[in-house]
Structure formats: C-alpha cells, structure tokens
Design a protein around this ligand. Structure first.
Ligand code: NAD
Ligand code: ZN
Length: 384
C-alpha cells in the first residue's frame, strides 16, 4: 500500500443502452468537424464500426477511416499510421477495436506532430502532448486500454514489448456498447477476459495498491470471476458480456491508479519474441506467478476471495489457496494453452527470457515479492 495516490479518468464514459448514439452529442458539443476512425479490416467487415460511423455523421462531422492497424503493432507500424493522420485535418481520433487499435489511436493522438516520433516516446514518454482528442470504443473485454495512459508497442529489434505511459494518452471519451463484444469469438473473449482478470488481481496485490485502485480492482475481479465463463460459453448471455465489458474498463482504471505486477512483466518477452497474444501469455504465467507471490500477498488474496467467492474456506491460507485454484480452473475451463509447448514454441532460451523479463522494472517494482534472475528462470521453467 502506498500513502500518496491519485485517480485519473477519461472525461466522459457512455454506457448502458445506446451509448454510441450519446457520443454524437458529445462530438457536436466539442465542435468536431472531422474524425479519423482507427480500426482493423475484420472489425470493419463485421459491421462493428458502423454504429460509430453513424454517430459521427449524426454529429455533422466528416470521417476518414484507417483500417490497416495490425494486432499487437510494432512502433514502426504505429508510426506509419500516425503519418497517415498528419495532414488529414482531423480534430478527433476514434478507436474502434481492441487494445491494438486503441493503443495505436492513443499514440496517434499525441504523435500526430513533427515534434517527436513514436520511437522518441519509447525513451522519453514525458514529452507526449495531446494534439487530438481521442475516443475509445473497445471491442474486446479486455485490455482496459480505454481507461489507461499506456500504449504498448513491440520493439522487434530487441524482441520485446514496451509500454509508453503518459497521462495525455488517457482517452477523452469512452463508449462501452455491448454490441461491440456481443459476437466476440470465444477464443478472443477468453484470452482478453483473462487479461482483465490479471489486471484486477495484480493491481489489488500491487505495492502501489491504494483505496482508489482497490475499489476498481476488486469490483473488476469480482465481476470477472463470476461472469467470464458464461460470457465466453453462452452466445446469448448479454448480461455477462456487459459485466465483462464494464469490468475490463474498471480494471483499466485500477491499472492507472495502481499498476500490474510480475505476471505482466514476465509476459512481455513472450509477446515480443514469440508474438504470443497478450492475454494468452498472461494466462500462462498467472498460476506460476501467483504461487510464487502467495506468501507475500496471502492476506490480499484472502480479501479477494471473500469478495468474489465467499465460499467455505476459513483461514487466510485456505482462502488464498482457493482463490488461486479458482483462477487456474477458469483458465482451464476456457481452453487457454498452459505452456509454450502447446503454442508450438520449443527450444526456449530461459536465460534470455529471464533477463528480458527482469528489464521490465516499471512493473516489477510493483510486485510484493522481489523477483530475482533465478526466480524468473524458475517461473519460466514452469511454462515451457
Ligand atoms: N494500453 C493498455 O493499457 C493495455 C493493457 C493491456 C494490453 N494492451 C495491449 O493491447 C494489445 C492487445 O489487445 P486485445 O487483447 O484487445 O486484442 P487485439 O486488439 O490485438 O485484437 C485481437 C484480435 O481480436 C479481433 N477482435 C477484436 N474485437 C473483436 C470483435 N468484437 N469481434 C471479432 N474479433 C475481434 C481483432 O481483429 C484482432 O484480430 C496488446 O498489444 C497489448 O500489449 C494494452
Ligand atoms: Zn494486460
């Protein structure tokens, strides 16, 4: 627990029924004349972008679409979309997509300038200044990128992923419209939902946990463990899908107010080197890291147990063990691979991974138990 903390949030969040339509009024009030919509080709083809396009038109603004944003983009790929935005004369960027699209849009909202590049922000994120307003319409539930000041990019030459963090990248408006996640394929819903579950439990057990972050982290975690399986398994479970969407957003607020820990830190090299999807690499690492951390976070795991499960466990130790077991069983139920071998990754260079993982000190300083090089190796050994 830290004693100094703050809560930073998007300006307005639209939820409930027809939230996309509410966006029109906001855009009109902002005097928006031209919007650039960031998305990807499959989302566009699925028609998921259409309500947002209608909302922009209804606000009387013109629209240009950039739909060639790849999943988990590198900083050079983001730079090439940023370059497209320069000179378009847009006054707002609207991201309709998962974390990859939202992070690209957030970077474009600060980097659509000749003053610095996305590469410059890797080493000096402090110089980022908001140039264009940013609207986030998440279509996964999810990264919580709609709430955070973070944008994650791959750095292929170093085979890692790096988080660029600056409050200027917190989106101005967020639209939580259940229609965007209604038909999320099970595999994507599972991996992105586990990512959000990790955000919740990591932020709640972080050295930076505080009353503000706890409120959002615990509510997110409770909603997720009680809805994720139904949201993934039952196509008609709109209530569970809506709960996941709200929970992912709350977990994003928790990240902003606190911070993720060793699951995310050790996950980045797997994304950078093997392009394992972010939610999958977190899911694989969750159990070994939770078992490693358990002696240092037992009381907090027991509190999360009381909130989310309220089962028959009595002692703090029983509760924390039951909570880790529950998270394991959810990952298992959702058919997410449990090892790199299951993903076809063999001959894993444990030493390289451990060294790369330890470089993620931005997150490792949040871990309640110190992770040494030997600890990181032992954790990676468990997932090969
Ligand atoms: N900024 C942050 O705070 C933050 C937090 C966590 C992760 N991330 C980053 O976000 C990225 C991952 O984002 P993600 O997990 O949301 O996945 P994603 O954005 O990479 O999307 C994964 C796939 O899902 C598809 N998809 C998305 N929504 C869909 C829908 N409704 N229906 C059908 N298909 C859909 C996309 O087309 C894509 O192929 C990573 O780069 C990760 O590092 C950022
Ligand atoms: Zn994450």
């Amino acid at each position: 627990m830290i004693s100094t903390y703050s809560l930073r949030l998007p300006k307005v969040v639209f939820g409930g029924e027809n939230p996309t339509e509410q966006l029109s009024n906001a855009l009109r009030a902002e005097g928006v004349t031209k919007a650039v919509v960031f998305t990807d080709p499959s989302l566009r083809q699925l028609g998921i972008v259409d309500p947002t396009l209608s909302a922009i038109s209804a606000a009387g603004a013109s629209v240009e679409i950039v739909d060639d944003i790849p999943a988990e983009p590198s900083y050079t790929q983001v730079q090439s979309v940023v370059d497209k935005v320069k000179g378009m004369g847009a006054d707002v960027i609207v991201a309709v997509g998962g974390g990859s699209v939202m992070d690209s849009a957030k970077l474009a909202s600060v980097a659509a300038t000749d003053a610095y590049t996305v590469h410059d922000l890797l080493s000096n994120p402090g110089q980022a200044t908001k140039r264009l307003k940013c609207v986030a319409v998440p279509t996964t539930a999810g990264t919580g990128a709609e709430a955070t000041p973070n944008a994650i990019v791959a750095v292929p030459e170093d085979e890692v992923k790096i988080g660029i963090v600056n409050d200027a990248m917190i989106p101005d408006y967020v639209v939580l419209d259940v229609r965007t996640v209604k038909n999320l394929p099970r595999k994507i819903a599972a991996a992105t939902g586990i990512d959000a579950m990790c955000h919740g439990i990591e932020c709640f057990t972080s050295t930076k946990a505080n009353p503000f972050s706890d409120t959002f982290a615990l509510e997110a975690f409770d909603l997720i463990v009680n809805n994720i399986e139904r949201a993934c398994d039952d196509a008609d479970a709109l209530d569970a899908k809506r709960a996941m969407q709200v929970a992912a957003f709350y977990a994003g607020i928790a990240i902003t107010a606190s911070g993720t820990t060793a699951v995310h830190a050790l996950s980045y090299p797997l994304g950078g080197k093997y392009h394992v999807p972010h939610g999958v690499s977190n899911a694989i690492l969750l159990s070994p890291v939770m078992h490693f951390n358990e002696p240092a976070i037992r009381e907090r795991l027991a509190l999360a147990y009381d909130r989310a499960i309220a089962g028959e466990a009595v002692t703090v130790g029983e509760k924390s063990a039951a909570l880790i077991e529950l998270m394991d069983s959810i990952v298992e139920h959702l058919d997410i691979p449990k090892s790199l071998a299951e993903l076809g990754v063999t001959d894993v260079p444990i030493d390289w991974l451990a060294e790369a993982g330890l470089k993620q000190q931005r997150l490792l300083v949040n871990n309640m138990r110190e992770v040494t090089l030997e600890d990181a190796k032992a954790i990676y050994e468990q997932i090969i």
